[in-house]
Design a protein around this ligand. Structure first.
Ligand SMILES: *[C@@H]1O[C@H](CO)[C@@H](O)[C@H](O)[C@H]1NC(C)=O
Ligand SMILES: *[C@@H]1O[C@H](CO)[C@@H](O)[C@H](O)[C@H]1NC(C)=O
Ligand SMILES: *[C@@H]1O[C@H](CO)[C@@H](O)[C@H](O)[C@H]1NC(C)=O
Ligand SMILES: [Zn+2]
Length: 459
């Protein structure tokens, strides 16, 4: 094993304003950062092109949807393993935000905000105040906060998105520019084509290469929903994602920039099995309280309720509290099948760690559903087993992966698991951007990134 020692160059951080002064240093550092890269040393193109192509920090943020932590052990994943071995990994996975759904989580990664603050509180929801329905709409009024592509462009950098929930919403100076922003989302675009679009950006003249790029794979989430997390088709999907990572790595190496690019591979949430035997039926609560179906906006993995009290009801808040108490009484009575796996809350009373109350879009009553349990109104529509996510972010099954590879990430480093709201600041720091207000900690970047200008050298 090679021994590495830290080398300081005196820069601990930088901003855009300093960029012109530091560019010459940057070139030197970038060379130093990759000089110990055996692949570079052995490659002929490295010898024939001693000057590095990239003279600025570049971040490629890759999401593999529904890549549950642990999937990487299901099969051979040589490319993901390479990133882990030479990069920084969240040792026991990346912690999603609640609810552990695709849109809330991708947008938390992009903005550093919990869903209550970025506004995408579920994949689909009805605003309790306006009655308007959100179903992945692109109207910017739904999408609060400042996503990374907007921060980048606001501060004079270039961004490109090959899909990402929210990336085709026009916000601030982000115009979803043609050729640099794939829209609308098209599940049929092969993953290979998505990778190749990203790689083509590295063939542009230096000044045209986007500083920040996103790449989105919808696997293994698709197989996970259909078959649950333990199925041969999941294993195949994991192998496919690894193959796509191989395509990324090979393409970057061919262009002589693999060591320069900050490649971040992560997922939005995990996956757990849902099965018919694990169901809570709302109609089973009828002896305590009758809950009509039209009060329920979502059954599971999050029970979301907005009761419609009559006009004669003076204090709906009080009625909501009574309803919650009655439901919990029924659920904890021991007489409701699987009742112990559902706990109902007024949103203000949800555990603070969920950060899921401070938005008028969140319905007044939320039920926390046990891991893998389903909630249905009644026993009429039976279903097979399948997979789902959206549950409490405390469950290990909801965790995904985080791997960072590139000049600012330590090699072979493991960091404790962290919430994905931290990533916004990490990317902003790498790119030298002033972060917009967010829920990440400004200290976190120091625990995961090498200070700017510090790099690891073979002793
Ligand atoms: C989606 O992508 C497929 C494959 O590239 C293409 O054939 C199809 O026309 C696209 N659909 C839309 C609506 O762009
Ligand atoms: C069961 O619940 C569904 C709503 O989820 C409703 O449409 C249906 O009428 C109910 N069936 C019975 C028998 O109550
Ligand atoms: C999250 O960040 C937003 C924007 O800065 C802020 O308003 C909110 O209070 C923060 N919430 C938490 C729980 O830190
Ligand atoms: Zn997802």
């Amino acid at each position: 094993m090679a021994k590495y020692k830290p080398v300081r160059s005196g820069f601990t951080s930088y901003s855009l304003y300093k960029l012109p002064q530091i560019v010459p240093f940057l070139i030197v550092l970038v060379v130093a950062a990759t000089a110990d890269d055996s692949d570079f040393r052995s490659s002929n193109s490295w010898r024939s092109h001693p000057s590095k192509k990239l003279t600025k920090p570049v971040v490629l943020l890759i999401s593999s949807d529904g890549f549950r932590f642990g999937y990487q052990f299901k099969t051979e994943t040589p490319n993901i393993d390479l990133l882990i071995a030479r990069g920084t990994e969240a040792q026991t996975g990346l912690i999603p935000v609640f609810p552990t759904m695709t849109f809330p989580n991708h947008y938390s990664i992009a903005t550093g905000l919990y869903p209550a603050y970025h506004g995408i509180i579920m994949n689909k929801f009805t605003d309790p105040i306006t009655g308007e329905f959100f179903n992945r709409n692109l109207d910017p009024k739904w999408w609060l906060g400042e996503p990374l592509w907007e921060t980048a462009v606001n501060q004079g950098l270039k961004a490109a998105t090959v899909f990402w929930p929210g990336s085709d919403v026009l916000k601030g100076s982000w115009t979803c520019p043609k050729g640099f922003c794939k829209t609308p989302y098209n599940v049929s675009v092969p993953l290979e084509e998505r990778v190749d679009t990203i790689l083509s950006y590295f063939d542009l003249p230096k000044s045209e290469i986007p500083d920040f790029m996103t790449l989105y794979f919808d696997e293994p989430d698709l197989q996970g929903h259909q078959y649950g997390p333990d199925d041969p088709r999941i294993t195949q999907a994991v192998a496919k994602v690894d193959k796509m990572m191989g395509r990324v790595i090979k393409g970057l190496k061919k262009r002589n920039v693999f060591g320069d690019v900050h490649v971040i591979l992560l997922g939005d949430h995990g996956m757990v099995t849902n099965c018919d035997k694990k169901v809570i039926y709302i109609d089973d609560l009828a002896d305590w309280i009758k809950v009509p179906a039209d009060w329920i906006q979502a059954y599971f993995p999050v029970l979301a309720m907005n009761p419609r009290w009559g006009k004669d009801v003076k204090n709906p808040g009080e009625k909501n509290a009574e309803l919650v108490a009655k439901m919990n009484e029924a659920l904890s009575s021991g007489k409701v099948e699987n009742g112990e796996f559902l706990q109902v809350y007024l949103k203000e009373k949800l555990p603070k760690r969920l950060h899921y109350s401070e938005s008028s879009r969140i319905p007044p009553i939320i039920g926390m559903v046990g891991e893998g349990l389903m909630v249905k109104q009644n026993r009429t529509n039976a279903q097979e087993c399948f997979g789902n996510h959206g549950y409490d972010n405390m469950f290990f099954s909801m965790r995904s992966i985080f791997i960072g590879h590139g000049p600012r990430f330590r090699r072979g480093k493991k960091v404790p698991s962290f919430e994905n709201v931290q990533i916004y600041n990490v990317v902003a720091e790498i790119l030298g951007l002033r972060p917009a207000p967010n829920n990440g900690s400004s200290l976190f970047t120091r625990s995961i990134l090498l200070p700017f200008g510090e790099t690891w050298e073979v002793e």
